[in-house]
Structure formats: C-alpha cells, structure tokens
Design a protein around this ligand. Structure first.
Ligand SMILES: [Zn+2]
Length: 169
C-alpha cells in the first residue's frame, strides 16, 4: 500500500513562523530555552539538511554512513506530550527522509533508535545499515562519547541526490 504523503506546509520555514503557527504548549516554546543547544540549532539554522515546522534533520556523528538525527523543533522531552501534528511529522516525515536517504546511498537495512535518556528534544537516530558493516546483523555499535571516530562521509554525488530528494518532501 502506498504511503500517503503528509500535507504540512514545508521547507523552508522560518523559525518565527513555526513558533507563531504551531507552538501550543508554552513549555515547548523554543524561545523559552536559550541555553538549549537544540533550540539554538533551530534558530541558527546551520547545518540543517531538512526542516519543517515540526522536525529538523542534521547529520549525526557519522560512525555509520548516512547517520542522521531527526529531532523535534519543540523543546519537549516526553514523546507523549508532543503536539499531534508534531507526532505525525516525527513519524511520517521521518520515513520520507529515510526514503530520500535510501535513494542516495542504497542502504540494505535501516535502524531507527529512539531512547529518550537525557536530551531535551525528542529525536531519532537513523542508522543506515550495509551488509559490509562490521556490526551487520546486530544493533549498531555506538562509539563512546569521547571516542574519536573517522566520519563516514557521503560522496558529493550521494549528497546531491539526497538534498534533491529532501526538497521533494
Ligand atoms: Zn530546546
């Protein structure tokens, strides 16, 4: 069965537009958390691969090629407190982002990790998996926080495809 595309207003969306239109829970308002690096990321809009009023997509540490972090724009630690539209986007649009990534790097499998341990924004870690991975067939091996890892960058051509596909979401 074909997955229906979400019908939200899309990219590019200015931070203030989002705040005015979609912020319904005071505690989640990004301007209320000036010390939060994720709220700051949403405002600065640096290194963002894709954004809409609800989610922001950036690269993770790239210990796995194509490692993405998909986070909610809202400052909210609890999944169950997210606005319904944000939940919709967090799930459905994340799948569209993964499809765009698949067009670019043709991974064999996909691992989505949702842990909710300490970060003040709900987020997925997206780990594309390849049969050639050392940790293939197992959960992704995540390096320690202070462990140095050589990032597995995507090629220029792969990035081009990925960014083009993201624009179509
Ligand atoms: Zn925040």
């Amino acid at each position: 069965m074909a997955i229906k595309k979400a019908t939200h207003p899309y990219h590019p969306v200015h931070h203030d537009t989002f705040v005015k239109k979609f912020m319904q829970h005071e505690g989640q308002h990004p301007d209320k958390h000036p010390d939060c690096k994720f709220c700051q990321l949403a405002k600065d809009r640096k290194n963002i691969l894709f954004e809409n009023p609800h989610i922001i997509v950036v690269f993770g540490r790239l210990h796995h090629k194509g490692h993405l972090v998909i986070l909610t724009r809202a400052h909210e630690e609890e999944l169950m407190r997210l606005h319904e539209k944000t939940l919709d986007s967090f799930f459905n649009d994340s799948v569209h982002v993964c499809k765009a990534l698949h067009k670019a790097i043709k991974f064999d499998r996909l691992n989505l990790e949702y842990l909710d341990n300490w970060d003040p924004h709900i987020h997925w870690n997206v780990y594309p998996r390849f049969r050639t991975d050392d940790d293939w067939g197992n959960p992704p091996r995540i390096p320690e926080k202070d462990e140095k890892v050589a990032p597995k960058e995507m090629t220029k051509q792969e990035m081009k495809v990925f960014l083009k596909e993201l624009k179509n979401i």
